[in-house]
Write a protein that binds this ligand. Structure first.
Ligand code: GLN
Length: 281
């Protein structure tokens, strides 16, 4: 079969399981052929050999069965960095870009106010995507640490820090900041915030990501109720807390920030105009 035809056939086969079937198919074809996605997209009329075609079909079948592309490839790009990812952690998502951007902005204004290096802690770190991206982008301007409840996730977060930064980030096993010692100038978190009943639907439909990373309890807000007051206790005066939220949680999470004594509250949106981050000082 021709490479181009394989690509469109693969994309068509993924249309019902993926929001990005062509992207997925091109990444999987590149993996099957041991080449880059750019090479796959530039492919002329050359035919796939039998082994390449069989490998591609195998990867497409895994994707159809519900496995995320990031797990199949063992990697996911986030903020220009290639994170190692597998079923131990949530796949880094574009949804989390606004959290990183909010944190960068806060870190830059804190360091302009004389607080360098900015002490940052990323709770619920998972693969370490937010912590490692902030450390990479802020360099010497920040000292970044991270925590997670899952020992498996923490292993991967440490590996990502070592691989992508060439140095370790302090990492601690912790249930929602319990036992974590501050003070910090900035705390970031992308806690689980999906409602339990929505999660039931995700797993009934074959979801593969750890429930621990998604399930925020009956109303999705369970972890914010614990996190927000604890983060407040760990922040230096003028310190900032920024959390990712589900698009309908802006008002409820802002109320939790206000209750815990945060000021200068802001609900920030993603590029699609959905509420995605709550920030407070
Ligand atoms: N944005 C993710 C999703 O909707 C949820 C991430 C989370 O719970 N922290 O799948």
């Amino acid at each position: 079969m021709m490479g181009r035809a394989a690509l469109s056939e693969g994309a068509a086969a993924l249309a019902s399981v993926s929001d990005t079937p062509f992207l997925d198919a091109s990444l999987l074809l590149a993996r099957a052929l041991g080449t880059s996605r750019e090479r796959v997209l530039a492919m002329g009329p050359e035919a796939l050999d039998e082994a390449g075609e069989a490998a591609f079909r195998g990867l497409i079948a895994r994707r159809i069965s519900g496995e995320p592309v990031a797990y199949i490839l063992g990697a996911k790009e986030f903020r220009g960095l290639e994170f190692r990812v597998d079923a131990r952690v949530l796949c880094p998502r574009p949804d989390t870009e606004p959290l990183v951007e909010t944190a960068l902005e806060a870190a830059l204004s804190l360091s302009a106010a004389g607080r360098a290096p900015v002490r940052i802690h990323d709770a619920f770190t998972g693969s370490g995507a937010v912590a490692v991206a902030l450390a990479a982008e802020l360099g010497d301007g920040a000292s970044v640490s991270m925590s997670d409840l899952s020992p498996d996730a923490l292993v991967l977060a440490r590996e990502n820090a070592g691989m992508l930064l060439g140095r370790e980030l302090p990492a601690r096993l912790s249930d929602c900041l319990e036992g974590v010692e501050g003070p910090f100038d900035l705390v970031t978190a992308n806690p689980p915030y999906v409602t339990s009943s929505f999660c039931d639907g995700i797993y009934a439909a074959g979801g593969r990501e750890p429930r621990l990373a998604l399930d925020g309890g009956a109303d999705g807000l369970g972890l914010y109720r614990r996190l927000v007051p604890r983060a407040r206790g760990l922040l230096s005066p003028g310190g900032v807390l920024a959390v990712e939220i589900g698009d309908e949680q802006g008002a409820a999470v802002s109320a939790l920030f206000a209750e815990a004594g945060f000021a200068e509250l802001a609900v920030l949106r993603d590029l699609a105009g959905r509420d995605r981050v709550v920030r407070g000082r």
